[in-house]
Design a protein around this ligand. Structure first.
Ligand code: ADP
Ligand code: MG
Length: 361
């Protein structure tokens, strides 16, 4: 009887019930302290296992501080300031990072920007507004082409993002925006690769010339440009079909569906859109790309801790305990005491996550 009781004590793995949730609570708390909001333990595991990371470009890798650097008018009746004024009026209600740059570009030149009479945001293309009774389109070439505007002027491929402006069905000019890389973008991508990420991909609704210029500075493996939000979703499912676990990082402007369709969606907090924070599984409180590296380190560390806990709990103590009980080395009283051991070890090992040094936090 005594042997049976001893065995029962060793075969009831209380610490196993603790092994995983404790680690997750500790890891989520640790991440929160670094400004990383993880919406559930599951995402820790998925982030630890991710072997492809997909980045949105505008507002995520870039938009450090996008700035209007050149205004080109094709219409002799509109000077640079007139053109910027119309575009800024159309763009002033848009949350797109480039729209904000257009508006700021106008105010920096002390241009009085009027309110548009009507305003419509056209997903991933730009905006359509009525300003001074004129129909103004501001956005990418697709927006203009869909509205039947012909692009009859050559637009220089300068690595700057061109924002096209049409008035009453005619292309009147282009606003060039320098959208520099966020600080630490290159380093963050390098660190992710060091942590075992096999593929880093950049997706963008921007044109290929600008996308390639940016990608060249970054060391990404692949670039896809001219994408609509659906195109970003398709690019992710393509990676998933190759058997990769995909983490997607975005700002929520034109990429909320992609954030939702990735295995783990990570949203940039600061400048990002509300939709991103809701669609994502992990939200960064600040727009700091090194937080992604930190989140990954915490995730990997906690995954390792769970495995350690299981080894200590099951592997070592239970197997040794059961062997000792079967051989009659120990009785129920000793078993009860020894059994506390792994519980304490698992507890200590888990809360250690709150304290240990983790790169980037
Ligand atoms: P990304 O995928 O890199 O985040 P987006 O899909 O958000 O880029 O935007 C793609 C392109 O659409 C921009 O490069 C810009 O030309 C155009 N665009 C979209 N919305 C606006 C807007 N409100 N004002 C100006 N340009 C816009
Ligand atoms: Mg974006």
């Amino acid at each position: 009887v005594s042997k049976v009781v001893t065995l029962l004590i060793f075969t009831s793995p209380a610490e196993l019930g603790l092994a995983t949730p404790l680690v997750m609570i500790a890891a989520i708390a640790r991440a929160a302290r670094s400004g990383i909001l993880i919406k559930g333990g599951l995402y820790l595991e998925l982030l630890a296992k991710a072997d492809a990371v997909v980045f949105d470009k505008t507002g995520t890798l870039t938009a450090n501080k996008p700035e209007v650097v050149q205004v080109q008018s094709f219409d002799p009746t509109l000077n640079e300031d007139d053109l910027l004024r119309l575009a800024a009026a159309a763009d002033r209600r848009s949350a797109h990072p480039l729209a904000k740059a257009v508006f700021e570009g106008a105010t920096r030149r002390s241009i009085q920007v009027p309110e548009p009479q009507t305003f419509e945001q056209l997903q991933a293309r730009g905006v359509k507004a009525t300003v001074d009774g004129k129909i103004v389109l501001v956005g990418n070439p697709a927006l203009l082409l869909e509205a039947g505007v012909t692009i009859d002027q050559p637009v220089a491929e300068s690595g700057r993002t061109p924002v096209h402006v049409a008035v009453d069905g005619k292309l009147v000019g282009v606003i060039f925006i320098a959208d520099t890389l966020r600080q630490g973008a290159r380093a963050a991508i390098a660190s992710l690769k060091e942590s075992g990420v096999k593929r880093v991909v950049m997706l963008t609704g921007d044109n290929a010339a600008t996308a390639n210029a940016i990608a060249g500075e970054l060391g990404v493996d692949d670039v896809k440009a001219d994408l609509m939000p659906e195109g970003k979703v398709a690019a992710i499912s393509e990676l998933q079909k190759q058997g990769l676990k995909v983490a997607m990082v975005g700002d929520g402007v034109n990429d909320a569906p992609a954030l939702a369709s990735a295995d783990v969606g990570i949203a940039m907090g600061g400048g990002g859109a509300q939709a991103a924070l809701e669609a994502a599984d992990i939200a960064l409180m600040t727009d700091d790309l090194s937080k992604i590296v930190a989140a990954r380190s915490i995730a990997r560390r906690s995954y390792r801790t769970i495995q350690e806990n299981l080894w200590v709990g099951v592997g070592v103590v239970h197997v040794l305990g059961i062997t000792a009980a079967l051989l009659g080395w120990i009785g129920p009283i000793q078993a009860a005491f020894i059994h506390l051991g792994p519980d304490v070890l698992v507890f200590l090992n888990s809360v250690k996550l709150l304290r240990v040094k983790i790169a980037g936090t």
